[in-house]
Each structure stands twice: as C-alpha cells, then as structure tokens.
Design a protein around this ligand. Structure first.
Ligand code: 6PG
Length: 228
C-alpha cells in the first residue's frame, strides 16, 4: 500500500484535478473509469468543480457508485444522491445509466442487498470476484468514521459482505455503506478533508490509530488531499 499526503490551500481545485486525472488514466488503460462518490458536505464544491472542468469526459464510459447513503428519499436534503445530482450529475449532464444509486427510500436491509447484488453483477461481468473501483472517494467524520463506517458499529467488523445496512446509534438512524472488503479492494482510495477538520484527528488517523475506522482503509494506493 502506498500513501500520498497533499496539503493544499487550493483544496477544491487540487481535488477536482486529481480525480479528473485518475479518470483519464483509467479510461486510457481500461476504457472505463469506476468511481465511488463520498457524501456529506466536503465533496460538494469539488463535484461542482469537476462538472465545470470535465463536463466533456466520456461519462458513458464512467460508472458512478456511492460509498454510502442516508436512508432517506433521493430528493431529501440529507441524500448524498441529491447532493451529487445538484453539483455534478445535472451540471455535467451525466447519463442516468452511468449512475448506480443506493435506494435510501426503501427498507435498509433490502436496499443494501439490492446494491450488493448490483455491484457483484458488475464484478462478474468483468471477471472479478469483488468489484474493483478505480477510485473510492472518502470523507472523514469528526469521530474518525468514513463512508458510514462509524466507530463501534457492526459494519466496521464486516469481513464478507460488500454492502450493508448499518445502524448508527449516535445518529439513531440507519445508513447504507460499503464495507472494508469492498473499499480495500479499490485501486485507489482518496480522502477529501477540508480545512475545517481537526488537525489532531487527521494526525491520529494518519498515524494508524485503528480506533478510527478511517485508519483501517487499506487500498493499494491512498491519497489524502487536505485543505489548509
Ligand atoms: C456521509 C459521508 C460521511 C462524510 C463524513 C464527513 O454520508 O455523511 O459519506 O462519511 O464523508 O461524515 O462529512 P462532511 O464532509 O460533511 O464533514
């Protein structure tokens, strides 16, 4: 596993350029780019910037999944799909067939199984045992969670399933999330961490303190893009 740490005052521009650069690399090497989006607030301006600088990417050869989703309808303010749709999918006119949405509006266990079946089908179609993302975008929560792998929750311990429904007691809500078996199978993981994040938490995660789920991400290559 190799790791790169980029500390930058141009967080949005550097993050967008990094992602678009990996897209061009994957498309050149494999004629396909498989990216999983992260949710929350941090990626919002990055997705807008990608739509601005890379609206001409061959989106029909790009497969977009979600690392996690809130268990809400897609038009609800908390929906990661809605955030990505407003900032990237609509502005860049990305075709619907390139987007694989987690159905947060249905029963969580059913939604997780449905999404895992879809990801597993994509893997089988490509001769893979586990679907291999080219890039998984990841955020960092104030408690060290990433995707919806919150400290002390069942999903953190999952070693077989690729996608699960995860109850998060601190939020008193269900989430849908990738697990480490799927995340760690990606070619590249990229943490997007803006300047609002606590530097002490970042350093603890970077030091490998596995009390924080984010520290357990072990993709082949990991890049941290940290805003200053
Ligand atoms: C989510 C995200 C989650 C997020 C972190 C950081 O659905 O909320 O996937 O893992 O990346 O909570 O969120 P912010 O970027 O809003 O601080």
């Amino acid at each position: 596993m190799s790791r790169e740490i980029i500390r930058t005052k141009k967080f949005v521009a550097d993050a967008a350029n990094f992602i678009v650069g990996l897209a061009h690399k994957a498309l050149a090497e494999r004629n396909e780019f498989r990216i999983a989006l992260s949710g929350g607030n941090t990626p919002r301006p990055v997705y807008s910037e990608i739509a601005r600088i890379a609206h001409d990417l061959p989106w029909e050869r790009i497969l977009i999944t979600f690392g996690d989703e809130r268990c809400v309808p897609p038009d609800e303010a908390r929906s990661n799909f809605r955030m990505a749709s407003e900032t990237l999918f609509v502005p860049a006119a990305i075709p619907e067939k390139s987007i694989i949405r987690m159905r947060g509006e249905i029963e969580p266990q059913i939604a997780a199984q449905e999404y895992q079946d879809h990801v597993d089908l994509l893997a089988t179609q490509r001769g893979e045992a586990i679907y291999r993302h080219d890039l998984i975008l990841l955020g960092l929560g104030d408690d060290g969670h990433t995707a919806s792998l919150f400290p002390g929750t069942a999903a953190v311990q999952e070693t077989l399933r690729r996608v699960v429904a995860n109850f998060v007691p601190k939020l008193n809500t269900w989430r849908l999330t990738f697990t480490f078996p799927l995340i760690n199978h990606a070619r590249h993981g990229c943490f997007l961490v803006n300047a609002s994040k606590q530097s002490e938490l970042i350093e603890r995660v970077l030091s490998g303190d596995t009390q924080y789920p984010a520290a357990r991400v072990q993709c082949s290559e990991i890049t941290w893009i940290i805003g200053q």
